[in-house]
Design a protein around this ligand. Structure first.
Ligand SMILES: NC(=O)c1ccc[n+]([C@@H]2O[C@H](COP(=O)([O-])OP(=O)(O)OC[C@H]3O[C@@H](n4cnc5c(N)ncnc54)[C@H](O)[C@@H]3O)[C@@H](O)[C@H]2O)c1
Ligand SMILES: O=c1ccn([C@@H]2O[C@H](COP(=O)(O)OP(=O)(O)O[C@H]3O[C@H](CO)[C@@H](O)[C@H](O)[C@H]3O)[C@@H](O)[C@H]2O)c(=O)[nH]1
Length: 447
């Protein structure tokens, strides 16, 4: 099938490539000149495992190309996917869907034949329906631009895996367009369904809610475990055992049950705030209150990390803090709403000198936060530091031999905010190993 994907970012690029990998003839549309140049040179414009290899393979096979031209885009596809950004607005609650609206207008006004467009961008509940009305409004008379909405559940660092083998495909559409939209989608997605994905066809609002609910659930689970961690600390219970026990229950599952610095990234925060905002608008006040508490419990962990550093160091002014990690999670070159970077910036604002090292985002941090001292190695970061904080759980940090650091730092205290270090190993190397939020007298028992 001839398919066009509009917006080749962190979602759109893996998606474009996955469709080509499934044998379709795919054209990716990207408006950012730098990103487009990279794609046209068969390179993924951002740091994401495996994507460049898949781009090369499919470009070489003649199934994949990229353009910046909407004229070319409209001429190509019988099916269009939309993966443009929907960032959080300045008000801190709603999402900005301007890029979605603009893209629909760009396509609709150029159309000379009937096509189907399926939105993949995450949008506030109720938006997909509005986009269908917009498409009908802008399309020239006599031409049908039929709309479907298919939220995506891709995870960064695992983008090819989650895109090539999705657990589910959700398709929202209208009763009038359902037959045509579903038939086209089924043809495009047949290889994914054959590989085991369950296809759910539903109305627009339900499709929007499948996405909002999924991300809100994941956020809730991670905030919940951090709240249980607070309670374990207050009651003197062993959080490791509590968490492990919960994870052994197949109804609960063990993803997200490690207490730590909390969640971040480009999606979870903006999505839960948009969900809460929409719930409030629609009168589901208890839902909105609950979601806002989940968000608040998450940001509390960042405050807790700064308070913990203050408790160790006394005054943060004039102290030097080594920070390991700045990406929002390990394995990604992405600092969007990164808990680690937020804590580093807060430490700096409180007067500390921050010596920061991250395996993948040092350059990005250097550009965005020139006030932080970004260094080239984990060892460099602890040079002359009064405290070490591990804020992103990169494997490199878990693997590092602490005895190699001992001569660089004095006194030797590490706050392991992601529970990724082996406490015994660090203690044997002469370090005081502290978990996030543990008050000093309770420390040293390896929990
Ligand atoms: N990143 C993820 O893990 C992920 C997962 C699931 C869903 N989503 C959702 O997917 C959407 C896109 O997110 P992303 O992370 O890929 O964002 P992104 O910023 O990485 O990529 C968006 C791309 O679209 C391009 N773009 C912007 N306006 C355009 C236009 N009018 N025409 C063509 N291209 C345009 C941008 O230049 C950019 O390259 C968002 O709604 C997001 O919530 C993202
Ligand atoms: O035990 C854990 C596991 C993860 N995290 C944090 O949770 C955040 C999100 O992690 P993850 O879900 O792996 O990352 P994303 O790539 O942001 O993916 C989420 O956001 C995407 C965009 O909407 C969705 O498509 C995905 O399904 C959803 O998992 C990161 O900050 C992690 O550090 C924890 O704090 N504790």
């Amino acid at each position: 099938m001839k398919i066009t994907v509009i917006g080749c970012g962190r979602l759109g690029t893996p998606y474009t490539v996955a469709l080509a990998e499934m044998g379709h003839d795919v054209l990716g549309v990207e408006v950012n000149p730098e990103a487009l140049a990279a794609l046209q040179d068969s390179r993924c414009p951002f740091d994401e495992p495996g994507v460049t290899d898949y781009i090369r393979k499919n470009v070489d096979a003649g199934r994949l190309r990229f353009t910046g031209s909407f004229d070319e885009a409209v001429a190509h596809g019988e099916l269009f996917f939309l993966a443009v950004p929907t960032p959080q607005k300045q008000d801190g609650a709603t999402m900005d869907v301007t890029a979605v609206e603009d893209s629909i207008r760009q396509i609709a006004r150029r159309l000379t034949r009937d096509v189907v467009l399926i939105g993949k961008s995450t949008v506030p509940v109720g938006t997909a329906e509005r986009m269908a009305a917009l498409a009908a409004d802008v399309a020239p008379s006599g031409v049908e631009l039929r709309i479907g909405w298919s939220p995506d559940f891709l995870r960064e660092a695992l983008s090819m895996e989650t895109t090539l083998r999705p657990a589910r495909l959700v398709l929202g559409t209208s009763p009038t367009d359902r037959e045509v939209v579903e038939a086209v989608a089924r043809r495009a997605w047949a290889p994914f369904v054959d590989a085991g994905a369950e296809l759910l066809v539903t109305d627009f609002v339900t499709a929007d809610l499948t996405k909002a609910a999924a991300n809100a659930f994941l956020s809730t689970k991670m905030s919940f475990i951090n709240l249980v961690d607070n309670m374990c600390r207050a009651a003197g219970a062993d959080m490791t055992v509590v968490s492990h026990s919960l994870g052994l229950d197949p109804r609960i599952g063990d993803f997200g049950l490690t207490p730590g610095l909390g969640w971040g990234g480009s999606c979870l925060g903006k999505d839960i705030r948009a969900f809460a905002d929409r719930a409030e608008e629609l009168g589901a006040h208890a839902t909105a209150r609950f979601l806002m508490l989940v968000d608040e419990a998450n940001t509390d962990r960042r405050t807790m990390a700064v308070d913990h550093a203050r408790a160790v160091l006394g005054d943060l002014a004039d102290a030097t803090v080594a920070v390991w990690g700045a990406s929002f999670k390990p394995g990604v070159g992405d600092i969007s709403d990164s808990p680690a970077l937020d804590v580093a910036v807060r430490l700096h604002q409180a007067g500390a000198t921050v010596r920061l090292y991250d395996p993948s985002v040092n350059d990005l941090v250097n550009r965005r936060h020139p006030d932080l001292t970004v260094v080239d190695t984990a060892q460099d970061a602890v040079e002359g530091a009064d405290l070490l904080m591990v804020l992103t759980d990169w494997q490199e940090f878990s693997d590092l031999d602490p005895s190699m650091l001992t001569e660089h730092a004095e006194p030797r205290t590490v706050i392991d905010a992601r529970r990724c270090l082996n406490p015994q190993r660090w203690q044997e190397a002469g370090w005081s190993h502290e978990l996030l939020g543990y008050t000093r007298p309770a420390l040293g028992d390896g929990r």
